[in-house]
Ligand binder design. Structure first.
Ligand code: FAD
Length: 340
């Protein structure tokens, strides 16, 4: 797609004359890290463009629309270890967008035994998880279906070759293995990333009859990890997450092959007499980082580029959210100078 220049994207001299004080950020990725950074900067008066290759915001908190509702193949739960994310969760609970995980939680497998389990301090979105991310964007402009191919000093290069320049800060919030190919012109930043490995997860939407009357099932198994009942499309639909080992084995497998293996593993685990129906499947190649760079963000002060997200700050929604916040706060305080 071609991104039309807005008045703020005109050559700097013209735009600067119009408003010397408005700072501009170009952000790659509308997951929770990028969206929170974008919304925080926009609330402080920055002019913010966010580019995502997907159809909408959300990233690993994105939503699958169904005929009668929605389901999530990504993050099922959100938890907070500390402030400020605790306050954010309280606010989302107050808005009615998040609720504590309650109900029947079972752990085990049919051939051994089931035990009741607990998930303390875990919350489940009651609205589409992508909407939580969407609202974090605030007044930032979201450009969907727009893949960024490369980062250069103060400049983003889109997949179609279009260069969008003159930003006060470029912020990249994609998983590190997806960021590295964009950093050819920023070798110092690239070198500081080291080797951050992500582990994959296959997620499936499945229906079955029988099995324990549960809302969440944690499997004692090396192939499947978790099943979470999806409530917005009637009670019979579940999101089932594979183990990392399963996803590594079936990394290059077709949807059909991975689904067939997962369905048969599930029948064994639940002791089901009837076949399992698989409605959708998604491979998250970069589901969770095994290691991270450390800190909340990594900046290249000279070139005005910074990286955020769970590959920098550590695994999980809380760390990703906080990395976006911390970078935005540092930028607001230093007025475009990346304090590294
Ligand atoms: C199946 C699964 C289960 C999980 N379970 C949990 C859990 O229970 N609890 C928990 O805390 N965490 C969980 N996580 C991890 C959690 O989802 C992530 O840590 C967090 O969402 C990362 O957010 P992010 O903003 O850093 O990255 P992302 O959400 O990955 O956002 C990156 C965005 O960048 C976009 N993008 C990538 N490349 C480009 C490009 N070239 N141009 C433009 N856009 C691009 C992507 O489309 C995406 O929207 C789970 C993850 C998965 C996949």
């Amino acid at each position: 797609m071609v991104v039309e220049p807005t008045s703020r994207q005109q050559p700097r001299s013209k735009a600067a004359k119009a408003s010397k004080t408005t700072l501009r950020a170009g952000i790659v990725g509308a997951g929770i890290a990028g969206a929170h950074c974008a919304g925080t900067l926009a609330a402080a008066g920055w002019d913010v463009d966010v580019f995502d290759k997907a159809r909408g915001a959300g990233g690993r908190l994105s939503t699958r629309r169904l005929e009668q509702g929605w389901a999530t193949l990504g993050t099922p739960f959100i938890s907070a270890k500390r402030d400020p994310f605790r306050s954010q969760l309280r606010e989302w609970v107050r808005q009615g967008w998040l609720a504590p995980v309650r109900g029947d939680i079972w752990q085990g497998r049919a051939t051994v035994s089931w035990a009741q389990a607990q998930m303390q301090n875990h919350y489940k979105p009651t609205i589409e998880p992508s909407q939580l991310v969407r609202q974090l964007l605030g007044n930032a402009r979201l450009h969907t279906l727009t893949r960024v191919a490369a980062l250069q000093p103060r400049t983003l290069i889109l997949e179609n070759g279009q260069a969008l320049g003159d930003y006060d800060c470029i912020i990249c919030s994609v998983p590190i293995p997806q960021a590295i190919p964009m950093l050819d012109a920023l070798s110092l930043l690239r070198e500081r990333l080291g080797d951050v490995r992500y582990r994959p997860i296959w997620s499936f939407l499945m229906r079955w009859e029988g099995g324990p009357a549960a809302d969440v099932i944690k499997f004692d198994d090396h192939l499947l990890n978790l099943a979470v009942r999806q409530t917005s499309d009637g009670p019979g639909l579940w999101a089932v997450h594979s183990s990392h080992e399963f996803a590594e084995t079936y990394l290059e497998a077709s949807f059909e092959k991975a689904s067939t293996r997962a369905a048969s593993a599930l029948m064994d685990l639940l002791g089901l007499p009837w076949p399992v129906e698989v409605e959708a499947a998604h491979l998250w190649r970069h589901a969770r980082p095994e290691t991270s760079v450390g800190g909340f963000w990594l900046g290249d002060r000279e070139n005005h580029v910074a990286l955020i997200g769970d590959g920098i700050a550590g695994v999980g929604v809380e760390r990703a959210w906080e990395s976006g916040l911390r970078l935005a706060q540092a930028l607001i305080q230093s007025k475009e100078e990346l304090a590294v």
